[in-house]
Design a binder for this molecule. Structure first.
Ligand code: CP
Ligand code: NVA
Length: 310
């Protein structure tokens, strides 16, 4: 098996991401009726071990990757960085060298993206980005899968992002460049995404526009997506919450999107802040499918890392 890192969506590219989505749909259907802890019939990663390092909290990423590697026939070791020597100052590079002698792949959730790239530079096994302050590519594979599963074609679709210009938005913008969809970035002034990530997607042919009013951002959108206004590691700031409030996704805002628009949220949600109960619990919300699809998408990411997809 070959081995490659999944640090951002561009590491795979558009064709491989399309293959990951197709494989996830096939695997999901093929294991219908199996117990959740039972491996897929082909158990393609039998004998493989995934180590996971968490420097930040997680529910979905932790559990979906753990179940993903089990369903592929492998096993996992889950570590909180604080209980590792990493938390006492052992370097990322040395941690990478050591873990590469024990396990077959490493997933890390951390703050500084440079820690992820440092880990990848010194690991001899695949490294997967389980979220950094800069990006969250695994989440977006699940989001793309969810949109396709709900019958929408990615090329030419219009996504409206409301709220903070954060890590999740960065990966959506990167996906737009790879899968050729449009993004309307509805963020208040001062909270824009990284301009280099936007410029790269525009250079790749994506139609990306920043729209300073929420209603303008969602007009005609196929997908409406938001995320917490205060990401992990950020200080609570009343000023930021006040700036974000006009970008809250409520029913009146959803009514401005296309009638069949889907609502996405990576979760955890802060109900009453970035989204109202009526929207997240409403008929156009697909957030629980999206959360489930973390499992199916993460299986595709793992298979791609081992050269078994794309
Ligand atoms: N969406 C997501 O990454 O969730 P967790 O923080 O629970 O892993
Ligand atoms: N933007 C959020 C995503 C959580 C899954 C954060 O970084 O906290």
């Amino acid at each position: 098996m070959s081995s490659r890192h999944f640090l951002d969506l561009a590491d795979a590219g558009g064709d491989a991401i399309a293959a990951m989505i197709a494989d996830a749909i096939d695997r999901k259907a093929a294991r219908a009726g199996r117990a959740r802890g039972q491996a897929d019939a082909d158990a393609p990663l039998a004998g493989r071990t995934l180590a996971m390092i968490f420097e930040k909290s997680s529910t979905r990423t932790r559990v979906s990757f753990d179940m993903a590697i089990r369903q592929l026939g492998g096993t996992s070791i889950v570590m909180d960085a604080g209980s590792m020597q990493l938390g006492r100052g052992e370097t990322i590079a040395d941690t990478a060298r050591v873990l590469s002698r024990y396990v077959d792949a490493i997933m890390i959730r951390t703050d500084d993206h440079a820690k992820l790239t440092e880990l990848a530079a010194h690991a001899t096994v695949p490294v997967i980005n389980g979220l950094t302050d800069l990006s969250h590519p695994c989440q977006i594979v699940a989001d793309l899968l969810t949109v396709v599963e709900h019958g929408k074609a990615l090329p030419g679709s219009v996504w409206a992002w409301l709220g903070d210009g954060n890590n999740v938005l960065h990966s959506i913008v990167e996906a737009a460049g790879l899968m050729k969809f449009a993004v309307r970035i509805g963020v208040p002034d001062g909270y824009d995404p990284d301009p280099a990530i936007v410029a790269a997607a525009v250079a790749a042919g994506a139609d990306i526009r920043t729209v300073r009013d929420a209603a303008g951002a969602v007009a005609g959108a196929d997908i409406v997506v938001t995320d917490t206004w205060i990401s992990m590691g950020q200080a609570h700031a009343d000023e930021k919450l006040a700036a974000m409030m006009p970008f809250q996704v409520d029913e009146a805002l959803m009514a401005r999107a296309k009638p069949d628009a889907l609502f996405l949220h990576c979760l955890p949600a802060h109900r009453g802040e970035e989204v109202t109960d009526e929207v997240i619990d409403g008929p156009r919300s697909v957030v629980w499918d999206e959360a489930e699809n973390r499992l199916h998408a993460q299986k595709s990411v793992l298979l791609w890392c081992f050269g078994l997809i794309g």
